[in-house]
Design a protein around this ligand. Sequence first.
Ligand SMILES: Cc1ncc(COP(=O)(O)O)c(C=O)c1O
Length: 374
Amino acid sequence: MSRIYLSPPDISKQDRSAIDSAFDSGWVAPVGPDLDAFEAEVAKRVNRSYACAVNSGTSALHLALLALDIKPGDKVICPSLTFAGCAFPISYCGAEPVFVDSETETWNMDPGLLQKALETLADEGSKPKAVIVVQIYGQCAKMDEIIALCKAHQIPLIEDAAESLGASYKGKPAGSFGDLSFLSFNGNKIITTSGGGMLLGNDQALIEKARYFSQQAREPVLHYEHKAIGYNYRLSNLLAALGRSQITDLDRRIAVRKEHFQTYAESLGKLPGISFMPISDDGSPNYWLSCLIVDDSQTKVTRDNLIDICDQASIEVRPTWKPLHLQTVFQAKQKFGGAISEDLFNHGLCLPSGSSLTHQERDKVISILTSALS
Ligand SMILES: Cc1ncc(COP(=O)(O)O)c(C=O)c1O
């Protein structure tokens, strides 16, 4: 059996022929009918009116911040337990990230700490210019509380649904929240365009502003006229064709990942010292990654021992996200709380969860972990 990966791309024959058809159509790049259709299909799926497909989730977030006029010195709140691509674009704008810790029920941004951050920053005379909420590991945050706080403080909300296409919160799809939202189609995500992302919203002017920046800030004239600094962020028509084919398989992929989670939780979750990411009654995750917590006061091996044991068995597992407030590059930044995300990082383990993971491979993961923990 070859190495078992965490969440590799799942590419079908249908996906290959979708790319072939895009080649045959002559629309390779930059734009084309598949790009327009992909934007419309994803927007429909997440209940948004407008969309701009780009080359990564990170660039989608950068465009969101540019569309909201985030300027050097502005403060932008984001959760600490997330991937750095959620905070780097704040720095691209010359703005300052402010990190907020997680709660324990969904592992997402703690609304109580967000409130504290908003009140403290207001008292300091530095009201943040935006809040970014992340739907981590495919599960939505406590959106009602977070939306209410942003409304009360009149601060735009950006939803980072990079990991969460197909998830929902109180019946509403991930990607439908906030002034702007974005997705990632990176190779490890639930659907992929090999690399890609999409910015979504209901305010046409904001999306068109983002589209303008994504296309080198070209003025609508025949010659090349630029009045602002632009970026080359658009997704190609060819990759959009891949995305269109991938999204037709989204519901199957969610079902497969959910079955992985349930099988892991039923088998490994009964071992002493092992617990799984809690699933809130408020939502329906897409189960992007199955994550467990190792309480090493009850186990004879640590989380890091398990990583080594899996590696020797050719299984890729990873620690949960290292909190951004602990990253060298962000160490000096303002933060609210931190103990929860630090604890999750120190004890959390992400298991192979891809939609192409076979039952035989999953059984191997369970058996290696069970014998290490028993
Ligand atoms: C939570 C989160 N935000 C942002 C990103 C950035 O997306 P991309 O890799 O497409 O730039 C990722 C993942 O890669 C992510 O997991």
